[in-house]
Design a protein around this ligand. Structure first.
Ligand code: NAP
Length: 463
């Protein structure tokens, strides 16, 4: 694959970047390994200064950073600024909390003879992170802020359509004062990635992306007996119960499916609405989607961005056609199409039955599936009728009911009365084919550390 910037608003290729050479990959590995030996010895306070600097730089230069996001993957400029701010908040979070999260833990033991036992958390070494284009800064921050704070060093392979975003993260960490080699972006091809995974100095792999990429990279990590985390796709349920505040629920549904042009792992992709409010919901949802405006992502009045590339739009079109061929009904919402760009008119799919392949696929763009549920139990059944297990939401005025339904949805995250709270201080991750492991908060920083037991035992204690 070629690393290139193509503006999705114009479909114009702006710049092509040469792949990293094998020698560059080797040098990056050598440097990351050398940097690890000293970085692991630095204090939490020193690492926190670098993380805080990264947060401050992102905020100081928020416009220039955000423009690169919009240029390369087409997201609305307002969303790009929100992503840059969220990335800064993640650096803030670990600057403030890494030391506390990795503090040694004394273990309660049954008898004094077992000794004074504690667990300390030590960094593993060089990590490889493979990241997608849909949140080019946030996804990288989710790995490098915790892992660098823990004392690991990181090599990045970013998606081939966001090379300037990847380079911007490289520059950010250098400017923030990170030692040379402790974080490095590579324009690596898949073969080079395989060699990095197999290299004995690489101790862990964190991938965010599709199931296909996850399966390949996880199997390579498995062959090399290396720990990995997988943040993969989703088909989140958005359950609407009859006691929901319908007007506000519809507003959240339109937002939940269309922010970032619908290209979010935790988009509200499947709306499951109980029978008694289904027709009203559908009518209001159609109206709400019909009020979206496609256009220049830099224009503040635009509310629906182009997709990340023309290829992405073409693939989505094929998925919709396949769903229709298998019996679904597709309703295209007739928004005005700009003259050029990777735009995709929103589609509402209904009558998707269980044999339809759409039930087992992720639609990465403004395509909503609507399901009519008989009641609460039936809504939970439909919500769980997917191979994915990332997020989901339930809308109800009754908190106890919301909690009950949330507990029955088989995913890593459920939000009651919200499509998805993406924040620096909430964990992120899924189960089933959405992957394994967690990012952010204490769970994320503990994914790539050695939880080492140290036990001080009385030399006269019995075995
Ligand atoms: P993708 O095609 O799987 O690519 C993700 C990354 O993996 C890219 O850097 C890609 O590089 C790389 N890659 C793919 N195959 C590889 C291989 N065999 N060896 C090494 N690297 C490989 O996914 P995407 O289209 O960029 O992103 C969308 C997907 O990510 C969706 O499924 C979405 O749900 C998921 N996602 C999940 C989360 C989460 O936290 N769970 C968050 C965001 C997105 P190239 O670009 O060079 O191919």
């Amino acid at each position: 694959m070629a690393y290139a910037t193509t503006n999705p608003f114009t479909n114009e290729q702006i710049e092509v970047f040469p792949n990293s050479t094998d020698a560059e990959v080797q040098t990056a590995l050598d440097m990351a390994h050398v940097a690890f030996r000293s970085w692991r010895e630095t204090s939490f306070a020193e690492r926190a200064t670098v993380m805080q600097n990264a947060a401050d730089i992102l905020r100081r230069d928020i416009d220039s950073y955000s423009k690169i996001l919009t240029l390369e993957m087409g997201k609305l400029f307002g969303e790009a600024k929100a992503e840059t701010e969220l990335s800064a908040a993640i650096f803030d979070y670990y600057a403030k909390n890494a030391e506390r999260l990795l503090a040694p833990e004394e273990l309660p033991v049954a008898t004094p003879a077992e000794g004074r036992a504690k667990i300390i958390h030590q960094p593993l070494g060089v990590l490889l992170t493979v990241e997608p284009w849909n949140f080019p800064f946030y996804q990288v921050a989710r790995i490098i802020a915790p892992q660098l704070s823990a004392g690991n060093t990181v090599l990045l392979k970013h998606a081939s359509n966001v090379p300037q975003c990847a380079a911007a993260m490289d520059r950010l960490m250098i400017e923030a004062g990170l030692p040379n080699g402790a974080f490095r972006n590579l324009y690596a091809d898949y073969k080079q990635i395989s060699r990095i995974i197999a290299d004995h100095r690489v101790r862990g792999i964190a991938l965010t992306g599709s199931e296909g990429a996850g399966a390949r990279v996880a199997s390579e990590a498995g062959s090399a007996l290396k720990k990995c985390t997988m943040e993969l796709g989703g088909a989140d349920a958005f359950i609407v119960l009859e006691d929901a505040d319908l007007e506000k629920t519809v507003k959240w549904a339109v937002f939940g499916r269309h922010w970032n042009a619908g290209q979010v792992c935790v988009s509200s992709k499947r709306m499951i609405v109980v029978d008694s409010v289904y027709d009203v919901f559908l009518a209001q949802y159609r109206e709400g989607v019909g009020r979206l405006k496609m256009g220049d992502p830099m224009d503040p009045t635009t509310t629906l961005a182009p997709l990340s590339s023309q290829g992405a739009a073409d693939n989505l079109r094929e998925q919709v056609e396949a769903a229709v061929k298998a019996g679904a009904k597709a309703e295209e919402i007739p928004l005005d199409l700009p003259n050029a760009g990777a735009f995709f008119r929103p589609v509402i799919l209904t009558e998707v039955d269980e044999s339809n392949p759409a039930m087992r696929e992720e639609f990465f763009g403004p395509v909503s599936m609507l399901f009519r549920a008989k009641n609460e139990d039936d809504a939970v059944r439909i919500a769980n009728a997917t191979p994915y297990g990332l997020g989901g939401s339930v809308f109800t005025r009754d908190e106890a009911r919301g909690k009950r339904v949330a507990q029955r949805i088989e995913t890593g995250m459920v939000f009651v009365n919200h499509p998805t709270m993406v924040k620096a201080d909430l964990p992120f991750g899924g189960v089933l084919r959405s992957g394994f492991g967690r990012e952010l908060v204490g769970l994320g920083i503990k994914e790539f550390v050695n939880h080492k037991l140290i036990d001080f035992v009385d030399i006269d204690a019995q075995f």
